[in-house]
Design a protein around this ligand. Sequence first.
Ligand code: THU
Length: 133
Amino acid sequence: MLTDQELVERAFTMLEFSYVPYSHFPVGAALECAGGEIFTGCNVENAAYGSTICAERTAIVKAVSEGHRDDWRRLAVVGNSRDYCWPCGACRQMLYEFGGPGLKLLVARGDHDFVTLTLGDLLPHGFGPSDLE
Ligand code: THU
């Protein structure tokens, strides 16, 4: 199994693929599943700004569309930023759908330092599938 730092580094390799002509703010993500599968992502912007997709959601849809929706282990999200690259609200919500509050997050900044926390830390009292039962 990769170390936390190694998963963070996998996310950093995605920055070169980020398509960010508008924000110039590349973001990378790496989602690891229980069997060791890793789904990576980067942000992909659009001239119609609202059609942009974040790095985390790119990784999420790659995983779910390949059949990995209930075996998530860790997600790393990274930026070239001075502060840690905190997931946006839409990404927190979409992570919650499949990862739940216990999903482990590794959130890094440009110097490759990272903090470890859970999705429940970032999205307390989240709304999820069980709330519709
Ligand atoms: N971005 C992400 O990829 N993930 C986040 O959680 C925060 C924001 C991207 C979207 C956009 O391309 C750029 O960062 C600036 O908002």
